[in-house]
Design a protein. Structure first.
Length: 462
């Protein structure tokens, strides 16, 4: 524990939904829900307007639609979220070399290590400058917590939400924590909270009064000792600048169980390519390929294969994932597929045989003419449709799909985003960050003048 509140925790407010509202002027001040849009989709983030209806993250999207039927339901656009996150993280790195990102929208900062603050007054001034800088750079708001430990700084930022700053003076921790629910403490989930409630412990103050021995008796030594220390506000964990990634993985949940083995193989190959994309973006390679299959009855199987050396070759990962799939019975149907790479390293030991095969396949494709890559054309946040030839036979015309919230550009009307589609038509609102709310127009699904587009940056807002 520090004698000055120089550990800062930043948590961006309803980050995904706020980015969508900033980039889509017609959605500002309205209920926005970002997540999976299919029958099995899950809410990733809900705007504060949507939260008033009871919508929250990790809630099934179907339930959210019942609570907030008039909300705007959008797919995630992780490319844009990562770009905005890098801008925010850049501001944090200007304050200190010790920045510990927890996710795209959350991080700890050691202000002392960067000389940004050494006492409460300096920490508060730095926190306010940071919040103003984030708003000026992105148009978004973030909540800041300042304390002498990571645990308390995180609790402070949560209490400061939305768009606030809370500083916990060292020495006031127990007084502040005492009336808070036990679920406020990290690691106290629903099961532990219910166990403590049945014992008559509902607040952090009651947790501290119970004493270490009683908590050890109730929940075991490892958890009990930790609970007691947290109830006293004790936390000595340092801010760690770099977190070594242990694995890279991607997965998709499908709206309807997949039964067609050809479709399942295609999805595994697509996931393998996405996984390698993330692997390369992180500057790693890996030795162990992991396949995850959740079947129709919710049983989940994982299979893995360890290679001779680390690789970031998509052909190698695809082949390994395909071999793993051959050993899995998918007869009853598949609701989720995932591909991951573990055993990460900073170098690659290329599989020359796989490279030779990939080169031969590339030459064959070039001789026949390039095919559209359905995975590249698919919007983020949902599974892509396989090439029509894989499902319906060669020569069948591919069907264009437009997911709500995805970026598009029209040859005449310019950039816009998809409000919805169905019955052979797609509805687009044409607007951009900083513009007034735009006009809505409807087109045929296969309108040649309408194309998918990259997100526009959050600049030039009015």
């Amino acid at each position: 524990m520090r004698s000055a509140p120089t550990i800062l925790h930043l948590d961006m407010d309803a980050f995904y939904a706020s980015v969508e509202q900033a980039s889509k002027p017609s959605l500002r001040g309205k209920a926005v829900i970002v997540g999976g849009l299919g029958p099995r989709g899950v809410v990733a983030t809900a705007s504060y307007e949507a939260r008033r209806f009871g919508v929250h993250s990790a809630m099934p999207t179907a339930q959210a639609r019942r609570l907030c039927p008039n909300g705007a339901y959008l797919i995630p656009r992780f490319t844009l979220y990562r770009e905005v996150s890098e801008l925010v993280m850049g501001l944090l790195r200007e304050l200190s070399p010790l920045v510990e990102p927890l996710s795209l929208d959350e991080a700890f900062v050691d202000l002392e290590a960067g000389g940004a603050a050494f006492d409460a007054a300096g920490a508060r001034a730095t926190g306010e400058r940071l919040r103003a800088g984030i708003t000026a750079l992105t148009g978004l708001s973030g909540s800041v917590g300042l304390a002498g430990s990571k645990m308390l700084a995180k609790i402070a930022s949560e209490e400061a939400k939305p768009d606030g700053l809370l500083l916990i003076e060292p020495g006031t921790e127990r007084e502040l924590l005492a009336p808070m629910p036990v679920r406020t403490l990290p690691g106290v989930g629903p099961a532990t909270g219910e166990h403590l409630r049945r014992a008559g412990i509902t607040t952090v103050g009651e947790l501290a009064e119970a004493g270490e021995d009683e908590l050890v008796r109730m929940v075991g030594r490892a958890h009990g000792v930790g609970l007691y220390r947290m109830a006293l506000g004790l936390d000595d964990r340092p801010v760690v600048a770099e977190r070594d990634a242990k694995s890279v993985s991607v997965e998709d949940t499908f709206d309807v169980d997949l039964h067609d083995r050809v479709r399942i193989r295609y999805e595994v190959q697509r996931l393998a390519d996405r996984c390698v994309g993330r692997l390369r973006a992180s500057g790693h390679s890996g030795r162990t390929i992991v396949l995850k299959v959740r079947r129709y009855d919710f049983s989940t199987l994982t299979r893995s294969e360890t290679l001779r050396g680390p690789t970031d070759d998509p052909a190698v990962v695809r082949e390994a994932a395909a071999r793993l799939l051959e050993g899995v019975d998918t007869t009853g149907g598949v609701r989720l597929l995932g591909v991951g790479v573990t055993g990460l390293a900073d170098f690659t030991q290329e599989d020359l045989f796989a490279q030779a095969r990939a080169a031969a396949e590339g030459e064959a494709e070039e001789a026949q003419g390039p095919e559209e890559d359905a995975a590249a054309a698919a919007p983020e946040g949902g599974p892509a449709e396989p090439p029509a030839a894989a499902l319906e036979g060669a020569g069948a015309a591919p069907v264009r799909h437009w997911a709500a919230g995805s970026d598009v550009r029209h040859a005449v009307y310019g950039p816009g985003w998809v409000q919805g589609s169905g019955v052979g038509r797609v509805t687009v609102r044409f607007e951009r960050p900083g513009s007034p709310p735009g006009r809505v127009r409807t087109f045929l699904l296969d309108d040649p003048e309408l194309e998918p587009s990259d997100p526009l940056p959050l600049v030039g807002r009015s």
